[in-house]
Design a protein around this ligand. Structure first.
Ligand SMILES: Cc1cc2nc3c(=O)[nH]c(=O)nc-3n(C[C@H](O)[C@H](O)[C@H](O)COP(=O)(O)OP(=O)(O)OC[C@H]3O[C@@H](n4cnc5c(N)ncnc54)[C@H](O)[C@@H]3O)c2cc1C
Length: 349
């Protein structure tokens, strides 16, 4: 193989699509990402909102979203709730509301048939050999291996490729807990909830057809479930009506600083959240996944003999973007500045 990609989320699927014409590519994915419904119960926990940056990236890639990926209602309003200062404020922002599972499957469906996709397969470890990188994976209970020139970690916030590459370093991570509940009268806005007693990040409520998705990003700890219960109770006091629980899910979210953005080493490369590419202010990660996969594809297609150097160089835009988001963060996360931002016209920043 020329390129083995671990993970078929937005980063890995988009990279596989872009490289297929030139390279032999294999994608190893833990989820059952290609077989038709009923889907595998293992799903990627996500709010499923495509922010303007993600919309811009899809446009740049020449991709339009099929109708069956969209979910009612389309969201163009944010309802900010500041629990500490008891402020509520609405403002306009355009999102596409999507079914994340269908979105990922649609991106995978765009990968040309020349690419080998191994669903329900776990990447285990890699080893450098004289012939290239030996990638070990587990499929149907059997351990197998493949030799490749380039290994790409597109395996998300808990990237095993990154952990093997940087065993003593973990990017700053939060644990996100989400609950899907039935709702007869779902709201039509995206609720962004700031509650410093529970988290220095934020929580959200997103309408999805006849359901609501409520979630919160918390510092990892044993009291996460308790805090989630308090979060839900406080939202009920705010007037939200939650019906029967449909399912609960949890996942890590990286909240990067500049040192967490990492291109990889030699011929082992990282993209998407595995590379630390995600907004530290809003946890919006799909645009970054698409952007870094496009950057790495350019490095692989145009500079085959100096991929890491060119990819590393292109990541400056991601670092700059993260820096700008960090500069914006105090207006979202410092109570006094947030109050000022909400009461003034700069809230949309
Ligand atoms: C609760 C929650 C809500 C979010 N809401 C939003 C939102 O509304 N909008 C937004 O833009 N972003 C959101 N994000 C962030 C966004 O989901 C991620 O940043 C984005 O999915 C990153 O894409 P990726 O391709 O890098 O990684 P992922 O989408 O995480 O994909 C990684 C893939 O690798 C696979 N994988 C992992 N380990 C292995 C292994 N060992 N072997 C084989 N396969 C493996 C996984 O199954 C997965 O398919 C949210 C995140 C969370 C946790």
């Amino acid at each position: 193989m020329d390129v083995v990609i671990i993970g078929a989320g937005p980063a890995g699927a988009n990279l596989a699509r872009l490289l297929a014409k030139r390279y032999s590519v294999m994608v190893i994915e833990a989820r059952d990402i290609i077989h038709p419904a009923p889907y595998d119960p293992v799903r990627k926990a996500c709010g499923g909102l495509l922010a303007p940056d993600a919309q811009r990236m899809l446009a740049r890639l020449g991709l339009g979203i099929p109708k069956n990926v969209l979910v009612d209602p389309q969201v163009f309003g944010v309802n900010v709730i500041d629990m500490k200062q008891k402020i509520t404020q609405n403002y306009q922002r355009f999102y596409f509301n999507i079914d994340r599972e269908k979105f990922d499957r649609w991106l995978v469906s765009l990968i040309p048939p020349s690419v080998t996709i191994l669903p329900k397969t776990q990447f285990v470890r890699y080893e450098k050999t004289d012939d290239g990188i030996k990638v070990y994976y587990r499929q149907h209970g059997l351990e197998k291996s493949v030799i490749t020139r380039f290994l790409v970690g597109a395996d998300g916030a808990n990237s095993l490729v990154r952990r093997q590459l940087q065993p003593r370093f973990t990017p700053k991570r939060y644990i996100a807990i989400q609950e899907w509940v039935k709702s007869d009268s779902p709201s039509t806005t995206f609720g962004a909830i700031f509650d410093p007693q529970l988290t220095d990040f934020y929580g959200w409520v997103i309408p999805k057809d006849q359901a609501l998705v409520l979630g919160i990003a918390l510092k990892p700890g044993s009291d996460a479930q308790e805090k989630f219960a308090t979060f839900k109770a406080r939202l009920t006091n705010q007037g939200y009506r939650f019906g029967q629980r449909i399912r609960s899910e949890g996942a890590f979210i990286v909240r990067p600083s500049l040192k967490d953005v990492f291109a990889g080493k030699d011929t082992i490369l990282l993209i998407g959240e595995a590379a630390g590419a995600i907004s530290p202010s809003s946890a919006e990660g799909i645009s970054y996944a698409l952007k870094t996969s496009l950057m790495l594809s350019s490095a692989l297609l145009e500079h085959e003999n100096a991929v890491i150097r060119h990819y590393e160089r292109s990541l400056w835009t991601i670092r700059l973007n993260i820096l700008l988001k960090q500069l914006k963060s105090p207006f979202m996360y410092w109570p006094i500045l947030r109050k000022f931002a909400l009461k003034s016209g700069i809230k949309r920043l």
